[in-house]
Design a protein. Sequence first.
Length: 231
Amino acid sequence: MKKSTNIPVLPIQWQRRERTLLCSLATGSEHMEMLDLMAPTAAYYAGLHRMDCLMLPLPDIRLAPGRPPAWDKIILIHHMLKQYETVIWIDADAIICDPKKDIRSVLDRNIPMHMVAHRIGSRLIPNTGVWICRSLPKTFEMLHRIWNDARYVEHRWWEQAALMDLIGFDPDSITFRAVTPYTQHVQFIDREWNSRQGDSAPHPIIYHYCSRPKPIEDMYRRYDEFMQSVL
């Protein structure tokens, strides 16, 4: 690990109304199109459960221009945790399918981070596509360590790989090596909160198109189904 650097400050002014923020951002035409579909479902969900909602389409702006786009989420989450008790990140290539259940009902308030770990065959893969962070000292410490693990800046899973390593996984062999001082600070929640091809709940609350190529037509289908269910 190279010399530690601070997570960049996000130059944004934002007025908090609730204690929880649901957020995402997108760069690039493909993810911008997917964010356009996800954002209305997120806004509805946030309004239903008394959360603030921040969706950032950034066609020409990068928060971390020296890194791949996935790292931008660290800057946004880190910044917003200074204002909110809970920050819920959802990747732009995910969509809310069923808004009825409040995700906070499955969280442990004393655990810094929650996410789904996908099971693909015999492998367990923690996935930061839906990433719930609590504003706790340990959360900031972990985000700082993830940001500063230079080994994974260009890894195919970017910040997810750094987090996997931090909690005891080998992101290359996709195996669990050993418990680390940080393993206990991440709690896995049911796959209904981040379903994906190959590991989907029967009735997903959030569906994540994390594989390639992106099946945008299926995301449009889920968007239409969501709108029909809430209108």
